[in-house]
Ligand binder design. Structure first.
Ligand code: SF4
Length: 610
């Protein structure tokens, strides 16, 4: 095979055994890689109903057939497992040299099973695989861990690790690499922690097999040039995703005070221009020529890598109005291995619960010092932090008193940084994302505010599905960054061309988006249904707050979502996907997507409509 290595490395931490599994071209073409591989492996291999933090869960790292090749933003890998936060399918992607080295070591994916008897880390150098003691690393931050492992294995090694949050099984612990690149929002870091696995170190020295290297080289150079000469490039280089703070505030979608409002009085103090005044350098994923990791020096004098999501969630959403302070909270979260989006959401919830008298000795809006202490308490599960480490869904279930209405999550995953009181299309995107309320799969909000913003139309459903196919399907399976396309208009047509040059196979864009995307979505939905033993529409609903409490500030004051109309959107969505009115894919849909065996297995748990 070209493009793919055709090999998956399986490591069992309980037995200490490693083995290589070959796979064929049919599997490769059907699932491509990344999320496609991860979803299929977890569907095939996980016993339904297992505890996500038990040795029975499996950690999958999966790259795509372009990963590690020169080409824009092709240095990422997917990390996936059954999520301890949601109980469903969970994944995320990380831009890291570990992705490049994993592929160059000869593997397209790695499956980690079992549990090491003592803290351990994996060292993978081509065919050499060892499980090493991490007892000296346990308790260290992700930054410290990576530094120590680089001292041992060399500056060029690709490393992913967890911090104290993953070790202490915080339900939204992430995996971190290169001091700021993090992934696995639905607690994939906690899955690593539950396996006593502190880190994975990769060193790969092999050439990747390319079908037409001359054509590939020409194409990739053309891609870099296209990105560099795009109209928005120079402003992107200045602000990156941080330009979105101003945009979100102007459009009343900047999460403020636990998503009560969409505007923040002090947004200027945390926006892209504030960033420019503090910025010292840029960082990013391997092979990227539009690096978006803007590094500032925080008020403690340390480097912190900022982007829109972490600044909105640890800034406006919790009332912290100074970028230098937000940067401290952000760095702390990266060091401890906590997801910044869920963290800002949980702290915002705790602040509101304090205001409402549900939490004694809680935390006040905008109290930076208390937030800083609380972040440590969450990572080490101390006091109130122990409760908040469970995520807003479980915390609200414990507190009761109607707090479930303003617990901002879908399927247990905390909502990322867009308020949806006035954007039903984006609310639908959050509601139907395959991992819970994450923006990654269908960021339709920019298109939506420019068009029929408050409308509940079929066109919105179609746009959500179109984006889910491109972003949640093609980009997640290739594990290629979506930002060149969505931010700078990089043409999608390049991806089938790059794939053809790398693998020798012709794929149409339609095959990579609609066919592949729908297949992956149906497979992941099947995973959720099997875990829950059924499905109903309530799982695909955004938080009640957006339907019940209107905005009180700004040009959209008085506005909220309409529940009846949203329900109609959801029905259109199900029908367009070939799913029934419960949200379960029809048997004919599974068959059309080449997933007949998935339908047969699922029928053991739930009846399928024809
Ligand atoms: S644009 Fe940002 S997230 Fe995307 S590949 Fe480049 S550095 Fe990574």
């Amino acid at each position: 095979m070209y493009g793919w290595n055709g090999q998956i490395l399986r490591i069992n931490l309980s037995s200490g055994k490693a083995s290589i599994q070959k796979y064929n071209g049919e599997f490769a073409r059907k699932f491509i890689g990344g999320r496609g591989f991860a979803a299929k492996i977890l569907w095939d291999e996980l016993k339904p109903g297992i505890d996500a933090l038990s040795p029975e869960n499996k950690l999958v790292l999966a790259a795509g057939p372009l990963t590690g090749l020169p080409g824009p933003s092709l240095g990422k890998l997917v990390v996936a497992a059954k999520s301890p936060l949601t109980g469903g399918y969970g994944d995320g992607n990380i831009g890291t040299m570990a992705a490049v080295h994993m592929r160059k070591a000869g593997y397209d994916a790695i499956i980690v099973e079992g549990k090491a008897p003592k803290p351990a880390y994996l060292y993978i150098e081509n065919e050499k695989v060892s499980i090493n003691s991490a007892e000296g690393l346990w308790g260290k931050t992700t930054f410290e861990t990576e530094k120590i492992l680089k001292d041992v294995h060399g500056r060029n090694a690709g490393i992913i690790s967890i911090g104290p949050a993953g070790e202490n099984l915080v339900k939204y612990a992430t995996i971190v690499s290169q001091e700021g690149r993090a992934g696995g929002r639905p607690g994939i870091g906690a899955v690593m922690g539950s396996k006593n696995l502190k880190a994975i170190v990769f060193k790969g020295t092999r050439e990747l097999p390319i079908a037409d290297s001359e054509n590939y080289r020409k194409l990739s150079l053309e891609c870099y040039d296209t990105i560099k000469s795009s109209q928005g490039y120079s402003f992107w280089i200045r602000q990156g995703t941080m330009m979105t703070i101003e945009w979100s505030n102007e459009n009343s979608v900047l999460p403020t005070n636990n998503f009560r409002e969409g505007i923040f009085e002090f947004y200027r103090c945390i926006d892209g221009y504030s960033l420019e005044a503090m910025k010292v350098k840029r960082r990013g994923c391997p092979n990227c020529n539009m690096q978006c990791g803007n590094v500032v020096i925080d008020l403690d004098g340390s480097e912190s890598e900022l982007d829109y999501e972490n600044v909105a969630m640890l800034g406006s959403n919790i009332g912290v109005n100074q970028l230098g302070k937000v940067a401290i909270l952000n760095r702390l979260a990266d060091e401890l291995g906590l997801d910044t989006i869920s963290l800002g959401n949980v702290i915002g919830f705790a602040m509101e619960a304090t205001e409402r008298g549900l939490l004694k000795d809680g935390i006040e809006w905008g109290d930076f010092e208390a937030a800083r202490r609380l972040i440590e308490d969450i990572a080490y599960r101390r006091g109130l932090g122990d409760l908040l480490a469970e995520g807003v869904m479980r915390v609200s279930q414990k507190l009761g008193e109607g707090s479930e209405r303003w617990a901002m999550h879908v399927k247990g995953l905390e909502v990322s940084a867009y308020d949806c009181h006035t954007v039903p299309g984006m609310a639908l995107a959050f509601a139907t994302s395959p991992i819970g309320a994450h923006h990654k799969d269908a960021w339709v909000i920019s298109w939506e505010v420019k068009t029929d913003r408050e409308g509940y139309t079929r066109a919105k459903v179609e746009k959500v599905i179109e984006f889910q196919r491109i972003r949640g399907g093609m980009f997640e399976a290739l594990v290629s960054c979506r930002l060149p396309w969505i931010e700078l208009g990089f043409p999608l047509e390049y991806y089938p061309k790059l794939l053809k040059a790398a693998t020798g196979f012709d794929f149409t864009l339609e095959e990579l988006t609609a066919n592949l995307g729908d297949r992956i979505y149906a497979l992941i939905r099947a995973f959720w249904i099997r875990e829950k033993g059924g499905w109903n529409r309530s799982h695909d609903y955004p938080p009640a707050r957006w339907f019940e409490e209107p905005l009180t500030k700004g040009p959209y004051a008085g506005k909220k979502l309409d529940k009846e109309k949203f329900d109609q959107l959801l029905s259109i969505y199900y029908e367009a996907r070939g799913w029934d009115t419960r949200g379960i894919p029809r048997k004919s849909t599974f068959e059309k997507l080449g997933l007949t065996e998935v339908a047969s297995e699922l029928e053991k748990y739930v009846s399928l409509n024809p």
